[in-house]
Design a protein around this ligand. Structure first.
Ligand code: PLP
Length: 419
């Protein structure tokens, strides 16, 4: 049991009405984020362009708190972009460094697009990846004329260690894996697969969308090459708030393949030289002017984690998801828990499979319980340590039981996008 003084702060959020179990999709507004956004708005109101005296370097000032969440030195992380943009920026740089293309990292940033004959250049993702990850990798496969290979799934929900092991190698030069799979919630072993990839000369990037803010990471010590994440889920920074990226120190010589003036060395950025002098570390992968009001959401949201500590969040999250899975086993035999059971194999949400999952999710919302749905048949429930309790889980399970007993969900007529 964590020290009660360090238990998550249930009073820190302005929650929407009802039982909010969708923080794995969009985290709620915290008082901290609200105050930070309002403060930055007032700076804009009262100081206009002089606001930049304070806003310049704001992303870099968040790197200490962000680094703690992902287990990285501050110069290895930066709050910027979105997962999609950051993936493109990292692919433009790191697809093809090292022995894969016979080009040492940093010599040309690996971004010439030229592939010497006989060298490896394949890309690897998984069959279960979020679509944007696949779109980004497919773009680079086409641009560079290399294959995109996919790790298969045996059960449609999870990835098997043997399949990952078999896929990491061969002609693959750059791989992207999810830390936590967005549908089933399976958690992969970052340390193990980073070591395997490194040993085989594969650059491995992690999509940490579903793990950042839900569990501790040790990206530096685990030897991860690269990572990307968003901050609108478990970090609660707000819709479309800047995501972030991690670049291990051993790659800090690489020249970004995609460059912009915000990635320039901060000390000389406003000298306006036409040539690019890269910032030290991960900051070099920023592109254009950061959205300060959205970054303020992250600034305020990170303060909540500084207060509580990510270890306490994880312990409480595991207790809540344990409770949810036990309740589902006992009360909802018609639904199948597809999330792996072992704590070291799962993230912060639980996925329940049912052929009518879409109608069930719509009916739950109508009854004040907010879950989400992922096609074809998964209901995802995320009891989040910072603002949910066992009572929220019980209410969701009881409402599902009632729906399954009465069939009332069958009255729902799905139409339009389901977020
Ligand atoms: C695993 C994963 N990757 C990427 C994204 C979205 O990327 P972006 O932040 O670029 O919209 C999501 C969104 O839910 C996601 O779950």
């Amino acid at each position: 049991m964590p020290d009660p003084a360090h238990l998550p702060r249930l009073d820190a959020f302005l929650l929407p009405k009802g039982v909010y179990l969708d923080g794995n999709s969009l985290g709620p507004l915290s008082y901290g984020a609200q105050a930070a956004i309002e403060r930055r708005m007032r700076q804009w109101q009262y100081h206009g362009v002089a606001g930049w005296d304070d806003w310049f370097g704001l992303a870099e000032r968040l790197s200490g708190a962000l680094g703690k969440l992902v287990g990285a030195y501050p110069d290895e992380v930066i709050a910027t972009g979105s997962i999609t943009v950051n993936l493109h920026a990292l692919l433009a740089t790191f697809h093809g460094i090292g022995d894969a293309f016979g080009v040492p990292a940093g010599a040309d940033g690996g971004n010439t697009g030229a592939r010497p004959a006989g060298t490896r250049g394949g890309l690897l993702a998984t069959e279960l990846d979020f679509p944007t990850d696949l779109h980004a990798l497919q773009s680079w496969a086409e641009l560079r004329g290399v294959p995109l290979r996919l790790v298969p799934s045996r059960d449609g929900h999870t990835l098997h260690d043997d399949d990952l092991d078999a896929a990491l190698g061969g002609d693959v030069a750059f791989a992207l894996l999810p830390t936590v799979l967005y549908r089933s919630g399976q958690l992969l072993d970052v340390r193990r697969w980073s070591a395997v990839a490194r040993e085989r000369g594969v650059v491995l990037a992690w999509d940490a969308a579903h793990s950042i803010g839900a569990l501790p990471h040790h990206l530096h010590d685990d030897g991860a090459d690269l990572a990307v994440w968003c901050s609108y889920k478990y970090l609660n920074a707000g819709p479309g708030a800047p995501g972030g990226l991690f670049v291990h120190r051993r790659h800090h010589d690489a020249i970004p393949g995609l460059r912009g003036w915000w990635g320039h060395d901060k000390a000389t950025q406003f000298a306006m030289a036409p040539s690019f002098t890269k910032a030290a570390g991960a900051g070099a992968f920023q592109l254009g002017t950061p959205p300060i009001l959205a970054l303020a959401g992250l600034e305020g949201a990170l303060a909540v984690f500084e207060d509580v500590g990510i270890q306490a969040v994880r312990e409480r999250s595991l207790a809540l998801t344990d409770h949810l899975m036990a309740q589902a086993d006992a009360e909802l035999p018609e639904m199948t828990v597809v999330t792996p059971r072992a704590p070291e194999r799962r993230g912060g949400h639980v996925a329940l499979a049912h052929p009518e999952a879409l109608r069930l999710s719509l009916a739950l919302r109508r009854r004040g319980v907010i879950p989400d749905f992922r096609p074809p048949d998964l209901l995802r429930l995320a009891p989040v340590a910072l603002y949910n309790t066992e009572a929220d889980v019980d209410r969701a399970v009881a409402t599902l039981r009632e729906l399954l007993d009465t069939g009332a969900h069958l009255d729902e007529a799905p139409g339009g996008p389901v977020h």
